[in-house]
Design a protein around this ligand. Structure first.
Ligand code: JB3
Length: 233
């Protein structure tokens, strides 16, 4: 396990989310990230908050050879969490350690479990008994109440609120400012639209919007976003 002082970190994705990530890393007292990789070639050579964008993901094995030890996902997203999942699996493939980041202005119960590579941003609250998987984003000002259970690659967007004992399936997205009532289940790959108020369970891969939230796309009519590679025809 790399100590924070030894960690030489690369950030995958260099946009707006990466800025909040770098800020959180800095304020958490962790070592400043040494590089960003970004898919947009026009951004190579630029700096994000003083961190250089060196190239695309194909550079990752070279960075490992140069002694990089950990990674963080700089890609955010507002619905489709599969690109983040893919990047997370890429970092693990190269035996890099996922950096878990908890902003000092986040309120995290000591009885909350937070999985590797998860990112807890300023003003968020993670209450006692909450369990988060790996590569989860709890964005700025979001609330995860006691005994919620969030699977890998979930994103709870800025200002969203999960009341107690909510279960959120793998890769699901809870939109900005949305509210989910107590004890509900949000299925794998589901999307809760920004500002929605959810008062019933949401099936896997469904998209719900509005107050109260209603299906925008029925479960089962999966868009390509959420059909796992191994299940694609
Ligand atoms: O809502 C809030 C508070 N934040 C949003 C966040 C959660 O998601 C934010 O407003 C945006 O909607 C979004 O932030 P993000 O992901 O930083 O978006 P953007 O500014 O477009 O930056 C994404 C960067 O990732 C771009 O520079 C892309 O070129 C890059 N990118 C996309 N796919 C990738 C890949 N970079 C790498 N290394 N690999 C990829 O596969």
């Amino acid at each position: 396990m790399t100590t924070q002082a030894e960690a030489v970190c690369v950030i995958l994705g260099g946009g707006g989310h990466a800025q909040v990530l770098i800020d959180s890393i800095h304020l958490s007292g962790m070592r400043w990230p040494q590089a960003i990789l970004d898919a947009d070639q026009s951004r190579w050579g630029q700096m994000i908050l003083g961190v250089p964008i060196l190239g695309g993901d194909e550079l990752l094995p070279e960075l490992v050879r140069r002694g990089f030890t950990c990674f963080a996902i700089g890609l955010g997203g507002i619905g489709d969490n599969r690109p983040r999942q893919r990047l997370f699996e890429l970092g693990l493939f190269y035996h890099l350690e996922p950096l878990t980041i908890i902003h000092p202005a986040a309120i995290r119960s000591q009885w909350a479990e937070i999985g590797p590579g998860s990112q807890i941003f300023p003003g968020s609250i993670i209450n006692a008994g909450a369990r988060l998987g790996q590569n989860v984003i709890i964005n700025s000002g979001a609330i995860v109440e006691h005994e919620c259970s969030l699977s890998d690659h979930v994103h709870v967007a800025t200002g969203a609120r999960l009341a107690s004992t909510v279960q959120v399936g793998r890769g699901a997205h809870i939109g900005a400012g949305a509210t989910v009532k107590q004890c509900l289940i949000i299925g794998e790959g589901a999307i809760v639209g920004a500002g929605a108020t959810v008062i019933k369970n949401v099936p896997a891969h469904a998209v719900v919007v509005g107050v109260p939230a209603r299906p925008l796309r029925q479960a089962g009519s999966e868009c390509e976003w959420f059909i796992p590679e191994e299940e694609k025809p």
